[in-house]
Design a protein. Structure first.
Lengths: 131, 131
DNA sequence: ATATATAGGTACCCCATGGATAGTGACTGC
DNA sequence: GCAGTCACTATCCATGGGGTACCTATATAT
């Protein structure tokens, strides 16, 4: 799990190796909810309910789970205001903002190339049916 | 599922909306095996077994499944040579290469920032124990 | 002749994880 | 006094990721 998984690579880490720390980081990032929650936090600090409304279809369980993972890994900061009804705000850390720029590019790519992929899927289905 | 999920966004797609095509694209990309297989194909065309050795820990089932999804979505091309023992080669399409550059940045990020995240996790655990 | 290795997969089973639904506490507004 | 707000937690169920075994057809080794 330490950096000695690939001493010859630029940063001493190699995500292709299953027990390398960078592999587990990739595992954490490989979630559509991580993309979307980080994307929703990119413009600035947000409350729980705002995130839930922005990320359509996320359940409270998955939103909480995703936020806790991001907090644990130092990408998100959580601030609780002891008022009633409760008020909790989330914001990206420096590390989180750094990552958000990259994840955002992927999100934009998926929006840009959605038609290409839809066409590819259609062609693939077509080929399946006609032989 | 069509582009009318967000007519006002730059490309007519919005990944935050659950039934938008770009959301399903993000869903497809949100897999560590997609990252690693695309990363392994980035330098050039590769055989099945080469991919299996490069992506440490991937099972034949997941490798096949991942490659089929990438092929279906037009990111990877598959070429079969009818010889014995069988020979099958995979390579990125133009669309796949385009994506690979982005995914590669994420993989590099995860290698660069693995120590930061390890430290954050350690601090998080520490806080749990001491209160 | 028999055993083993290769290459690129399938077939099968199991359990962890994701997803859906319901509930909770402490107030405020009607 | 009843519904609504807010940020969750608890519980159940189904999907799908993951592991193992197996397949075909040949070349090589014993």
């Amino acid at each position: 799990m330490d950096s000695d998984c690939a001493p010859d690579t630029p940063f001493g880490y190699d995500a292709f190796r299953r027990h390398c720390m960078s592999h587990t980081v990739l595992e954490m990032l490989a979630s559509k909810w991580v993309y979307l929650v980080v994307g929703a936090l990119k413009p600035g600090r947000r409350r729980y309910g705002e995130l839930q409304r922005k990320v359509e279809g996320i359940t409270p369980k998955m939103l909480t789970q995703t936020l806790r993972v991001l907090e644990r890994d130092g990408l998100v900061r959580r601030e609780i205001f002891p008022v009633i009804p409760p008020r909790v705000e989330y914001e990206l850390t420096d590390l989180g903002r750094n990552l958000a720029d990259l994840l955002n590019q992927i999100r934009v790519w998926s929006e840009q190339h959605a038609p290409d992929i839809r066409d590819a899927r259609a062609r693939s289905l077509e080929g399946e049916l006609t032989g």
